[in-house]
Design a protein around this ligand. Structure first.
Ligand code: ATP
Ligand code: MG
Length: 285
């Protein structure tokens, strides 16, 4: 069953002076069981796009296919709860998602809502909190009295506890330190590779796109500029140069070496290959 957008428009504040077309005739098919990055400048429509995936926003025109559901503009959509069990969305701003008195209650909310017993919900919440790196000393604290990075972890745990098939994460590593961001990305890779979750990640971090994602969708002004495999995007096409976003560190470093006259192999896919290529060049192998 697919995840696809067909001619989807989304208009904020229709027929008001603030009317704004945030998505313009989007056609897009997301591969299941892969990690897809969604990138693009601020205001390009990334958050608007992903909020269609669990029907938090409904299209103003067009059709969204999500697993076994078809969401059509201007139609009543029944039983969105079953969709939200299958597609979990973590908001860009965790404050929108956190509201219980304690962290453990907050993370238990999803499982309880989907009819788990109190005991099951507690167990699922504990597992999810462990996955995002929060130990039991956090359980009874208020989710609003912790740091931005910790709030993000709680918000992610809240969705993991529901165990959806599709995880949609809107800037999940914003506010985390580099090591925390790395562990979080590794958790998503693990969920994809070992638990076959389809994962969509909105991010501004091009290193994360290169290092952890299979496919990349680039948005600009409410449109899809390109949708490619990550390796093709960084190593084959010209699109990567057109999007006015910072290149990943590894590519910047390679380009800087080339500019200084280093002759490096064409496709350097990881740090080890880069090291090898530099070694060859300086030892004239
Ligand atoms: N509630 C709203 N009412 C009116 N306009 C909105 C609303 N939310 C977003 N927009 C507008 O829609 C456009 C797309 O916003 P969106 O939040 O989807 O962008 P984004 O790509 O996620 O940006 P960012 O990288 O800053 O998170 C922006 O121009 C934004 O100002
Ligand atoms: Mg956004």
């Amino acid at each position: 069953m697919p995840i696809a957008f067909e001619q989807v428009n989304y208009i904020y504040g229709p027929k008001t002076p603030f009317e704004y077309e945030a998505l313009k005739r989007i056609d897009l098919a997301i591969e299941l069981n892969k990690i897809t990055a969604i990138i693009g400048p601020t205001g390009s429509g990334k958050s608007t796009l992903v909020q269609h995936l669990n029907a938090l926003l409904l299209p103003s025109a067009g059709t969204v296919y999500i697993l076994d559901r078809v969401i059509v503009a201007n139609q009543k959509n029944k039983d969105l709860k079953s969709l939200r069990k299958k597609v979990g969305l973590v908001f860009q701003f965790p404050e929108y998602q956190l509201f219980e008195e304690t962290i453990i209650k907050d993370v238990m909310f999803g499982p309880l809502n989907f009819k788990a017993s109190e005991e099951e919900a507690r167990q699922k919440a504990k597992n999810a909190l462990a996955m995002v790196g929060l130990d039991p000393s956090y359980y009874e604290r208020s989710p609003l009295d912790i740091s931005g990075g910790q709030k993000r972890r709680v918000a992610i745990a809240g969705i993991l506890a529901i165990d959806p098939d599709v995880l949609v994460l809107d800037e999940p590593t914003a506010g985390l330190d580099p090591q925390g961001a790395k562990s979080m990305m590794e958790l998503f890779v693990e969920l994809n590779r070992n638990h076959h979750k389809t994962i969509l990640i909105v991010t501004h971090d091009m290193d994360h796109v290169l290092n952890y994602c299979d496919n990349v969708v680039v948005m600009k002004r409410g449109e899809i500029l390109t949708h490619q495999q990550v390796n093709d995007f960084f190593f084959k096409g010209e699109d990567v140069l057109d999007i006015e976003m910072a290149l990943p560190q590894r590519l910047k470093f390679t380009e800087a070496l080339r500019a200084k006259g280093f002759k490096l192999t064409d496709k350097i896919r990881n740090v080890q290959e880069l090291a090898l290529s530099i070694k060859k060049e300086i030892s004239h192998e």
